[in-house]
Ligand binder design. Sequence first.
Ligand code: NAG
Ligand code: NAG
Length: 437
Amino acid sequence: MSLLLLLFTLLASASLSVAEIRSTQIRSDARPLILLDEFGFTHRGQLELNVSHLSLSGSTPDPPELSKVGFFLCTIDAWAHVLQQIEDAQINCVLKSDVIKRVFTFAQLPSPSAAAFNFSYAESSADQYTLIFANCLPQLKVSMNVRSAMYNLEGGRSNRRDYLSAGKTILPRVYFLLSLIYFIMAALWINVLYKKRSTVFGIHFFMLAVVLLKTLNLLCEAEDKSYIKRTGSAHGWDVLFYIFSFLKGITLFSLIVLIGTGWSFLKPYLQDKEKKVLMIVIPLQVIANIAQVVIDETGPFGADWIAWKQVFLLVDVICCCAVLFPIVWSIKNLREAAKTDGKAAVNLMKLTLFRQYYIVVICYIYFTRVVVYALETITSYKYFWTSVVAGELATLAFYIFTGYKFRPEVHNPYFVIDDEEEEAAAEQLKLEDEFEL
Ligand SMILES: *[C@@H]1O[C@H](CO)[C@@H](O)[C@H](O)[C@H]1NC(C)=O
Ligand SMILES: *[C@@H]1O[C@H](CO)[C@@H](O)[C@H](O)[C@H]1NC(C)=O
């Protein structure tokens, strides 16, 4: 339970920055602060603001003090400073602070009745910034459409724009490299299946499907991210990416459940309660994937972002817990069988395998959910990619472990057991029972 709580707090505090061109509509809004977007600038950062349909209303002193309304950029550290300044009554409006980067105040409007403006701003000190709209006039209501684009200019003479935040700019290459690794793994697996075709079970083809879907998912993610990097918009291969994420999510969780039940290599059928686990996990994965799409598309400051994030988290936690049940049942069944059918050594081997699998699944879930979020939160924005790499390496290790431990075997080790080993195993099982009591 404490694990879930930890997970929850970490996720709530982790700020994921989505680096794309963002459009925000603000209607008769009197909020003093409106968070718009987040981005990690290099020393050649640029911000482009295009505001249209601008209108101000409400009972304000005439003429309103428009220098107290406008856009600014702020780092987390500077924000703590600003709060202190306001508390000490040194300033009466965020926009008057000297630690923020003022981008545009409405005093700069070409005329007080202007309904649209374009503005661009260059930022040369590298950091992670949040773009915020501030309105320090309590009676003033603002309506406008804001299009904000933040990007870094690439080095060299090309001056090409890079719409991915500083710590994410190498992600397309990371994903591409990983998809190559999975592609090679799929090829190796096909080779193994072919060589040991006499001992291949249905589950082994299922494993192949999972690896292939993971390959395609990573390939689409690489293309999607590199499209965002070049254009600032996500509409390259994003639909394909979501489709493959969805299929990969469903098949991976089903695979963990099926292996956990021992389906196809221990027994050819599923029990009712095992089928129920699948019937819970699959629809939940559908919900998780819908939530993920909404989360990605709205960005961290969009309406309902937090709600969807919580839905995703809850569903994910339920799925992770559900997949553990079949493994626990199998371990229990194997222990029972060991006592009754007199093949202690065989059952002990299977038992050890399932116990290892149980521990590895827990480690995998813990690492990709908790450790990765912790890394995301504590590392500097510049090294955001390290948390992605850590999570993907853990996943890779999990795939390799699963494939290796449950590979098709020509020489069934269960048949080459002599009496001595059999006795030793029976002894160990007896010992374990005593400990449990
Ligand atoms: C802003 O830029 C766009 C595209 O360059 C242009 O069509 C529009 O007229 C500009 N608006 C203003 C107010 O300058
Ligand atoms: C936004 O404003 C910039 C100038 O600040 C201009 O170059 C660009 O064309 C504008 N884009 C749109 C879509 O209006």
